[in-house]
Design a protein around this ligand. Structure first.
Ligand code: CAA
Length: 382
């Protein structure tokens, strides 16, 4: 196994690191406080090719591997976890399935603007009564021949405020269970679509989250992605890949909090010596660094398996499970190491701690990841 990054991967890391430190860092506290993400920063991220990183250049993507994408997300999340999830949703949950499952017509129409970052996308799966229990969808897309009629409510939709296009998963034939579910490309401006109020969140406050109401929305038949009844399987495959992006985000949150803590521990004097010299603090930092390295290895492995065309269901679930727990553990210790300073906004680590929590919830809770891992184990995928 090769642990050495290629020249291209190192260049991606450097570009993402420079952008994060020079462009994202200056306003990150303000964006968190005011819950916004400015369009000029989105444009810059698009200009760097961060919105369609794995998409073929013929569809205006950057044509990179999943590992490069993971590296970029980690670097962005080390500074701004909100920017990282904006990227992750557009790349993993929107561009990837269009390229993988959609018709040539849909690719031409939607993938090019999404991969170039001219437009943004969101993934609409969760509903008020269907989060973990994702086959239990109540949003209906009724087949009317040349079109479907869509009704219902989706919620917890990341990027809904900036998205022009949605990948939407809806039930069309409840009597068939999950085999009645379809996936569609939906445009935000179609008649009958309305956003609910913006959620006021604990963390990742720079990224927006809304519920979306659909009332008698006409979806042209050609906007269905994949074959009739394939929507649930498509959604699951989307999430398998998406979980690698969230693992990378969690890894970045942990690494960002660690970096600040190491610096602080070397500068802060107590009892006449830098606190790093106190074994109680030094051991915490050693443990934090070890957890982060282990999370990075799991995440890189899942990315490499995906790039190699191998099954990565178990590995992406493990990477997300472990990296999100690492993010919680490391950020909690980061606040502790900073003492009172860790509890105020200027020192960043309280934000990292708030941002970390969502990585254990979205794109499948930690409990769902354990269930996915368990099922893979019983299938003999040990
Ligand atoms: N990969 C591929 N296929 C999968 C799969 C996976 N991870 N999980 C299930 N499937 C397949 C099954 O093999 C089965 O197909 P077959 O009958 O052909 O074998 C089919 O899908 C139905 O699966 P199950 O019978 O296992 O369905 P279930 O209801 O028992 O459980 C579940 C499925 C794993 C719990 C699934 O519902 C799940 O992953 N839930 C979590 C959903 C989730 O992650 N939501 C996050 C919301 S999105 C979000 O957060 C986005 C955001 O904005 C950031």
């Amino acid at each position: 196994m090769n642990f050495i990054l290629t020249e291209e991967q190192l260049a991606v890391r450097d570009a993402a690191r420079e952008f994060a430190r020079h462009e994202l860092l200056p306003g990150v506290i303000d964006r968190d406080e005011k819950q916004f993400f400015p369009s000029d920063l989105l444009k810059k991220m698009s200009g760097l090719g961060f919105m369609g990183m794995m998409v073929d250049p013929i569809y205006l993507g950057s044509g990179m591997d999943t590992l490069s994408y993971v590296i970029a997300i980690e670097e962005i999340a080390r500074i701004d976890a909100s920017a990282a999830v904006i990227m992750s949703v557009n790349n993993s949950l929107v561009c990837w399935p269009i390229e993988k499952f959609a018709s040539a017509y849909l690719k031409e129409k939607y993938l090019k603007p999404l991969a170039s970052g001219e437009k943004f996308g969101a993934f609409c799966l969760s509903e008020p009564e269907a989060g973990s229990d994702a086959t239990n969808l109540k949003v209906m897309a009724v087949d009317k021949g040349d079109h479907y009629v869509l009704n219902g409510v989706k919620n917890w939709i990341t990027n809904a405020g900036i998205a022009s296009y949605y990948i939407l998963i809806a039930q069309s034939a409840p009597e068939k269970g999950y085999k009645g579910i379809n996936a569609f490309m939906v445009e935000k401006d179609w008649p009958g679509i309305r956003l609910g109020p913006k959620e006021n969140k604990m963390g990742i406050r720079g990224s927006d989250t809304y519920s979306i109401m659909f009332n008698e929305v006409i979806i042209p038949r050609e906007n269905r992605i994949g074959d009739e009844g394939q929507g649930f399987k498509i959604a699951m495959q989307i999430l398998n890949g998406g979980r690698i992006g969230i693992a990378a985000q969690a890894l970045g949150i942990a690494a960002g909090a660690f970096e600040l803590s190491l610096k602080y521990a070397q500068e802060r004097i107590s009892f006449g010596t830098p606190i790093f010299k106190h074994q109680g603090i030094q051991f915490k930092l050693s443990d934090m660094a070890t957890l982060i390295e282990a999370a990075r290895l799991l995440t890189y492995k899942a990315a490499c398996l995906k790039d190699a065309g191998k099954s990565f269901v178990k590995e992406s679930a493990m990477a997300k499970l472990y990296a999100s727990q690492t993010a919680m553990d490391v950020t909690t210790e980061a606040v502790q190491i900073h003492g009172g300073y860790g509890y105020v906004k200027e020192y960043h680590v309280e934000r990292f701690m708030r941002d970390a929590k969502i990585t254990q919830i979205y794109e499948g809770t930690s409990e769902i990841q354990r269930l996915v891992i368990g099922r893979e184990l019983t299938r003999g995928n040990i």
